[in-house]
Design a protein around this ligand. Structure first.
Ligand code: SF4
Length: 183
């Protein structure tokens, strides 16, 4: 049975991705690595939720380092980019590069990410970035297909998994707060 390291952005997104990979016959390990998340207490909430979802699904959970300074040094130059722009491409790249490193460290056969389950994220771009990092190990995916997002929301709701209301970085948090004020 092939072993896949699943990069997990948050507990909610992980649910349907884990179930899908298991149904496809893979042995799954989770990997939470998200230096983009701001502030740190939000990071802890998402990390705990990701661990809970792995536990519920009997999947081994691994956590990376919290490295916000590294993320800032690469992404802050693109602070004014809209969501889905260059800052996000770099943000995916940072997370997928570390996921590949972890894949080799753990002796997994493949790696992929929960990021593509979100309707706000373009799977094509995520898959291009993952393949450019390691075509031999990256498993392209589009977890939002076949109602993946709807299903993951339902699973998460049924298990009362913590759900955030912004993507993760300080810029997306500010955008969210601005949007709420305008409502
Ligand atoms: S909006 Fe989301 S994907 Fe884009 S840079 Fe911020 S945390 Fe990363």
């Amino acid at each position: 049975m092939k072993k896949v390291l699943l990069h997990i952005c948050c507990g909610v997104c992980a649910f349907a991705c884990i179930k899908h990979l298991k149904e496809e016959g893979y042995c799954v390990e989770g990997f939470f690595y998200n230096p983009n998340i701001f502030p740190e207490n939000e990071y802890s909430k998402r990390e705990n939720a990701a661990k809970d979802v792995c536990d519920i699904n009997s999947v081994k959970f691994n956590s990376g380092l919290y490295e916000p300074l590294k993320w800032d040094s690469i992404c802050s130059a693109y602070a004014n980019e809209p969501e889905g722009g260059m800052r996000c491409d770099l943000c995916y790249k940072i997370r997928l590069e570390e996921s590949f490193r972890k894949t080799i460290e753990l002796g997994c056969d493949l790696f992929t990410t929960t990021l593509s389950v979100s309707p706000h994220k373009k799977s094509k771009i995520i898959n291009e970035i993952g393949s450019a990092i390691a075509a031999s190990h990256f498993m392209p995916a589009d977890f939002k297909k076949n109602d993946g997002f709807k299903k993951t929301m339902e699973f998460a709701k049924a298990h009362n998994v913590y759900r955030q209301n912004y993507c993760g970085c300080s810029y997306s948090l500010r955008q969210n707060l601005k949007g709420n004020k305008q409502k």
